[in-house]
Design a protein around this ligand. Structure first.
Ligand SMILES: O=C(O)CCC(=O)C(=O)O
Ligand SMILES: [Fe+2]
Length: 346
């Protein structure tokens, strides 16, 4: 990888880029788009920020090429970009599942949407998850016992929206069936306790499970229930854990939401679970303020360290913003709310 600049680090699973040389911070602050609200008109905010960021990134052909081919090549399980936005004037970390005044976090949110755009994705949210909000606040919440547990527990390996279909498996008219996002992205605003985001690779899974186990996981003998952040339950049945999409293998997974319909199906899941609990296959990324992490939701699983001992609700707790990204062909299949193009009817 000698052709990549010195701010590029590679692991077998992910690519890390330091974007501090690109003046991305300046571009966002100087542009006039703060009159737009990223929750109401995200696509306007995204296109202004994306155009600015593309111009800057074009100064380094290697970095630009890695980012713009990220979706097409499916080479990396994750892309970690350091120093993407400034963190000097952030509002306090919210503590009640409520986003602060949008203008206060437009910089990280617009950078997140723009980098998703540069890597070949468009953001969207689900009407039935957190009332359709585009940006999910990931921080310890104390609304009630349920949200406290959900927001501070350690997260075992999962893919986002495990009860969603891989879009290529659906006809153009999806009949409102749920499509899972190809990627999801996290922007880190604070992480004082240095809690890690954990990542597992599909390659490791394929290299370690027996052929017969993989074969079983590819049979449509599983049921996937919706993740707990959804406001309504909806499950998909007769789906596989591992799929083959045009010759590329992909995975959906959740420890708690995915079950087999027979013993053989559940035994294979158990073997997968055992592999995932082996520490040597757990990769850790500790996000720093200003970082943006894009995880390929088809070839990587993710989770998180426990946060329950560290929540103080004093405005300084760990805080991430999360958004989902869809490839352009998936985005076209999504059924959007007429009055809010970025909200998917599902
Ligand atoms: O908090 C993290 O590092 C990851 C959280 C996560 O899995 C999620 O928001 O879906
Ligand atoms: Fe997650």
């Amino acid at each position: 990888m000698r052709h990549l600049s010195r701010n590029v680090k590679l692991s077998s699973l992910g690519l890390t880029l330091d974007l501090s040389n690109f003046n991305l911070k300046d571009i966002i602050t100087k542009s006039k788009f703060t009159i737009y609200n990223q929750e109401i008109s995200p696509y306007i905010v995204k296109s202004i920020a994306e155009e600015n960021i593309r111009k800057q990134l074009a100064n380094d052909g290697n970095v630009y090429s890695e980012l713009s081919w990220f979706s097409e090549r499916q080479k990396y399980g994750y892309l970690l970009m350091r120093n993407c936005f400034s963190t000097t004037a952030l509002p306090p970390t919210p503590c009640n599942d409520e986003a602060p005044d949008t203008s206060l976090w437009i910089e990280p949110a617009s950078t997140l949407m723009a980098l998703l755009g540069v890597t070949g994705h468009t953001v969207s949210s689900y009407l039935n998850e957190m009332q359709g909000r585009l940006a999910h606040m990931v921080m310890p919440a104390k609304n009630n016992e349920k949200s406290w547990v959900r927001s501070t527990k350690s997260l075992s390996p999962h893919t986002e929206v495990v009860n969603g279909h891989w879009s290529e498996m659906l006809p153009d008219d999806t009949q409102n069936q749920i499509i899972a996002p190809e990627v999801f992205a996290l922007a880190c605003l604070r992480n004082p306790i240095q809690a890690a985001t954990t990542i597992w690779s599909l390659d490791d899974i394929l290299n370690n499970l027996s052929y017969s186990t993989i074969e079983q996981l590819m049979r449509p003998e599983y049921i996937a229930n919706s993740q707990s952040s959804f406001d309504v339950d909806s499950k998909i049945e007769n789906v596989s854990v591992i799929g083959d999409i045009n010759g590329r293998l992909v995975i959906r997974y959740s420890n708690s939401k995915l079950v087999g319909i027979n013993d053989a199906a559940n035994e294979a899941l158990e073997k997968l679970r055992k592999h995932l609990s082996d520490p040597q296959y757990i990769n850790k990324v500790v996000l720093q303020p200003g970082d943006i992490l894009i995880i390929n939701n088809r070839i990587a699983l993710h989770g998180r360290d426990n946060l329950s001992g560290s929540a103080n609700y004093d405005g300084n707790d760990r805080w991430l913003i999360r958004m989902y990204g869809f490839s352009h062909s998936s985005w076209k299949k999504l059924k959007h709310l007429p009055e809010k193009q970025h909200v998917v009817l599902a």
